[in-house]
Write a protein that binds this ligand. Structure first.
Ligand code: C2E
Ligand code: CA
Length: 713
């Protein structure tokens, strides 16, 4: 590379006569430096300019232009040639004339000074820029923080919802105005109080567990309705939402509670709830409130927990109601409720009205039978004195069924049913008394409503079935007929016998579809047996309820059933009770005649129990008579009683025969009785001695055995 300056401008030279700096070396020094990456053109310009400046510095013979040298140094720094090695290299080239040459040393010094000054300047500038940037950033952050804080403050202070902030130790740190208002507190009253002091007896179960879980970091929030005491002692209901705030590491640091005052809504709800759960006449909890409380007793009870029920029914209330009017009846009920409530509430028992004149006392956490009996006695004592109403002094008593049991032993429905049944026993045993639940007797009977409520669907769901009990000829013990006896496989109560539901079925009218179903099943079964065994098949006996006999459609029903299953009418015997036929002119009598004309035979069932007029027997188109089981079972008595019993049975047998009727003795339980009845001329017998009610397969087995038939026939 050639020097950019004309030869006459060139100043000092090195020992080899080259100008300082040597243009080639200068150029290669800069090109080889670690300076900022530069475009080759720019680098070329820099090399020329610095060379030019350095030579310009030496242009005057006598005085060095230090300014130009310094400018060359500064120019390099400006172009980011700040490497100290480059400086050292540059100084080396500038001192090429040798250390002895004062002028070269001066040149190098001026260059270095310019370079250093420019570098210092540049560092300062950079520092300032950084400081400025940092400052701007800080101020920006502060402003943002202030803004967000202001936003938060505004929100916190003016929020319509109460907000409180506390630490996780449970100290209240700050509350807003709305929260102060909810608590009726003045500014500052709430700060420093402890969250745990804000308990209320009506706090829903679990609220404090949820709180502890939250502050210990196990959950992040919870929300529920909670009451608080205001500063003035009043209760305020709130919808509370609590949230946990954690630091960046996830450690819980604060809790925030948000409370909405829902007192009005709560009170309204309470009023509606009270209306729904209380009886308007007496103000006592009603049936649904009682069941709710009872079910709560069964809801996760302590092991060994017991409870008691007193099922109370007023004696003679109907008389008051019917004779003195409903208004008086209502007043009496209200007075009774008040007496019961004031006698039993102090003992901690719940008194509820189930409806009509039925009340119930619930003993939660009962300590034993004695306590339940004591409650029943308290009821009787509370009603011992007549109730004065409108100048009358109304004597009212009560019968009470008392039940006291371990919670684990029963269910709410079964318990109420059992108490109800026990009450009926109390009534039967004479009024004005309490009776204690007897598990064995209870097992045998079923409450009225368990039956009546379920029965309508039971038929559709196929819960009924029929057992067949043999009626045997006493002469040889052979099978003459079978009686269809209906049973109900109740999903909760197990298999129920007809005595437990036929009465209710008659009351509710359900006996009609049920009775028709029994007839269809029994006739269908009998027809099957005829097809299978011909004449060896037994006759079928079906019971008819009073209501069925009185029903106008009976004859057509039976005709249709017999035709549809193809059973010969002579194979069907209908058993009717005396009460089915009131008198000779009765409509039902005509129906019975039609049935007999059709070929069906009739038997009088349970003969001897309450038969008032033997003359009817003559007018009834019956062909058979069944002596009630009670007569025969009375024969177990010894001595005179037994003699009398046999004489009566003997009398009934000969009376029947004189009227041309065959006689069946029911309830024959042993061989002695069977022998004696045969000797008396009784035709047939039914009873455990001859076979219990059984499944159809058992009857089939019996027919085959009797006729020595092989099973595959
Ligand atoms: P019932 O017509 O007097 O039927 C005989 C009852 O005596 C049956 O009771 C039977 O199980 C029972 N029994 C049979 N042998 C003996 C014995 O040796 N000793 C004792 N102690 N008892 C014996 P169940 O099945 O409970 O029937 C009760 C009543 O229900 C029947 O009395 C009958 O009046 C009525 N019933 C049964 N099925 C129907 C039906 O389909 N319709 C109607 N309306 N009533 C029915
Ligand atoms: Ca019968």
């Amino acid at each position: 590379m050639t020097s950019p300056l004309p030869a006459e401008q060139q100043g000092s030279t090195d020992s080899a006569g080259r100008s300082i700096p040597d243009p080639d070396r200068w150029s290669s020094l800069l090109r080889g430096s670690q300076g900022a990456a530069m475009h080759p053109d720019a680098l070329h310009r820099l090399v020329s300019r610095t060379t030019e400046l350095l030579q310009l510095a030496q242009a005057e013979e006598d005085a060095l232009d230090t300014g130009a040298a310094a400018e060359a140094g500064a120019l390099l720094v400006e172009s980011h040639f700040t490497d100290p090695d480059l400086l050292a290299g540059a100084i080396g080239l500038l001192q090429a004339g040798g250390p002895g040459q004062l002028r070269c040393a001066e040149l190098a010094g001026a260059f270095a000074a310019g370079w250093a000054e420019a570098l210092r300047e540049r560092t300062l500038q950079e520092q300032e820029a950084i400081r400025l940037a940092a400052d701007t950033a800080r101020r920006e952050a502060e402003r943002a923080l202030r803004e967000s804080e202001a936003r938060f403050r505004a929100l916190f202070e003016s929020a319509a919802i109460g907000i409180g902030i506390g630490d996780v130790e449970g100290n209240i740190l700050a509350v807003n105005k709305a929260l102060q208002d909810i608590f009726g507190a003045r500014p500052g009253d709430m700060q420093g109080r402890r969250v745990n002091d804000l308990v209320h007896p009506e706090d829903s179960p679990g609220v404090w567990e949820a709180y502890e879980e939250m502050v210990s970091g196990k959950r992040d929030h919870f929300s529920l309705d909670k009451p608080y005491y205001r500063q003035d002692g009043e209760v305020v209901w709130t919808h509370l939402t609590c949230s946990l705030i954690r630091d960046d590491d996830g450690t819980p640091v604060y809790q925030v509670a948000m409370l909405e005052d829902i007192t009005d809504r709560y009170r309204l709800q309470e009023r509606l709830r009270h209306q729904a759960t209380h009886d308007p006449l007496t103000g006592l909890p009603n049936r649904s409130a009682f069941f709710e409380r009872l079910e709560a007793v069964f809801d996760s009870p302590e092991p060994g927990a017991r409870f008691g029920l007193c099922y109370v029914d007023l004696d003679g209330f109907k008389v008051v109601n019917d004779s003195l009017g409903h208004e008086m009846g209502d007043q009496l009920l209200a007075a009774v409720a008040l007496r019961l409530e004031s006698a039993l509430r102090p003992l901690g028992h719940l008194v509820a009205r189930l409806g009509g004149d039925e009340f119930v006392v619930l003993l939660e956490d009962c300590r034993g039978e004695q306590e339940a009996v004591a409650a029943a006695k308290t009821v009787l004592a509370a009603l011992a004195k007549p109730v004065p109403i409108d100048g009358h002094r109304l004597a009212i008593g009560a019968s009470i069924g008392v039940l006291e049991r371990p919670v684990a032993a029963t269910t709410p429905m079964a318990a109420v049913r059992a108490a109800d049944l026990t009450l009926y026993r109390a009534k039967e045993e004479g009024r004005g008394r309490w009776t204690l639940f007897d598990p064995q007797r209870n097992a045998r009977s079923v409450s009225r409503y368990a039956v009546s409520v379920r029965m309508p669907v039971a038929l559709d769901r196929g819960e009924f079935f029929i057992d067949y009990q043999p009626l045997c000829r006493l002469s040889d013990g052979s099978l003459s007929a079978v009686e269809a006896l209906v049973r109900w496989r109740h999903p909760q109560l197990g298999v129920l016998g007809p005595d437990e539901f036929i009465g209710t079925a008659e009351e509710t009218g359900l006996i009609m579809p049920l009775g028709r179903w029994v007839l269809e099943q029994a006739c269908g079964q009998a027809a099957d047996w005829v097809r299978q065994f011909g004449d060896r098949a037994p006759q079928i006996n079906v019971n008819l309820a009073v209501r069925q006999v009185r029903n106008a459609g009976l004859v057509t029903d039976i005709d249709r059933i017999l035709r549809s299953c193809g059973l010969d009418p002579s194979r069907l015997q209908l058993e009717i009770t005396e009460s089915a036929v009131v008198g000779p002119k009765d409509e039902s009598l005509r129906a019975l005649h039609s049935l007999v004309d059709m070929g069906v035979s009739l038997a009088v069932d349970d003969f001897g129990t309450g038969w008032s007029n033997l003359a009817y027997l003559r007018d009834l188109p019956v062909s058979s008579l069944k002596i009630a089981g009670s007569f025969v079972s009375d024969l177990k008595e010894t001595g005179r009683e037994q003699q009398l019993g046999w004489r009566i049975v003997g009398g009934l047998v000969s009376l029947s025969h004189s009227l041309g009727l065959t006689v069946t003795a029911e309830g024959v339980e042993n061989a002695d009785h069977a022998t004696r009845l045969r000797q008396m001329g009784c035709d047939r017998a039914q009873g455990w001695h001859f076979g219990r009610p059984a499944r159809p397969e058992e009857i089939v087995r019996r027919i085959m055995e009797e006729h020595d038939l092989k099973p595959d026939k």
